[in-house]
Design a protein around this ligand. Structure first.
Ligand SMILES: Nc1ncnc2c1ncn2[C@@H]1O[C@H](COP(=O)(O)OP(=O)(O)OP(=O)(O)O)[C@@H](O)[C@H]1O
Ligand SMILES: [Mg+2]
Length: 159
């Protein structure tokens, strides 16, 4: 049993990636879709009770946003896999603009999430971490996550 947790800015491609890689195997847990924490908790509870793999498709920028999912999943014997979408504000802004209007988020949300974003670490309870980057030809490249980040990444204006 596997719980997947995405970490990434708005319009970084998380839902797109879900559709590509997890649509056929993992239930999508998305707060945008479910609207309330209560509904989210119920959906996750059903997954855990029935041993259904799931993927948490939220921005999950802070360690504290991820902690409850990780704790619950581990308590139910799930393996927890994190996918960190390398932040790129400029790319996110562009992709956001290209989305159909109802799917667009306010620009300020992207900047705010960038400020809040904390890179994940195995110490949080992840069994494995990957980094996802946009690659040529509208594809994704998935690589091993290197925990020792470049100094200053948190404050790079465009990154
Ligand atoms: N690798 C990709 N190739 C082509 N289009 C992509 C790719 N990644 C994302 N997109 C497009 O960019 C836009 C934003 O992607 P997506 O909706 O998946 O972002 P998101 O991270 O789920 O954002 P949010 O947090 O707001 O839900 C979408 O229109 C999506 O189709
Ligand atoms: Mg999405």
């Amino acid at each position: 049993m596997e719980a997947v947790i995405f970490i990434g800015l708005q319009a970084s491609g998380k839902s797109h990636f879900y559709k590509e890689r997890f649509f056929n195997s993992h239930v999508r847990i998305s707060l945008d879709l479910l609207k309330t924490r209560s509904r989210e908790a119920k959906m996750i509870a059903v997954c855990l009770e029935t041993g259904q793999p799931f993927a948490v498709d939220n921005t999950n920028p802070k360690k504290e946003n991820r902690a409850a999912y990780i704790q619950l999943a581990r308590a139910h014997g799930y393996k927890v896999i994190g996918y960190f979408f390398e932040p790129n504000v400029v790319e996110s802004l562009k992709r956001n603009e290209m989305r159909p209007k109802p799917e667009r988020v306010p620009k300020v949300g992207i900047f705010t999430t960038r400020k809040r974003l904390q890179r994940p670490s195995l110490e949080e309870g992840f069994d494995q971490l990957f980094v996802v980057q946009s690659a040529v030809g509208n594809t994704f490249s998935v690589g091993a996550y290197v925990q020792e980040e470049l100094p200053g990444l948190e404050s790079r204006p465009n990154g």
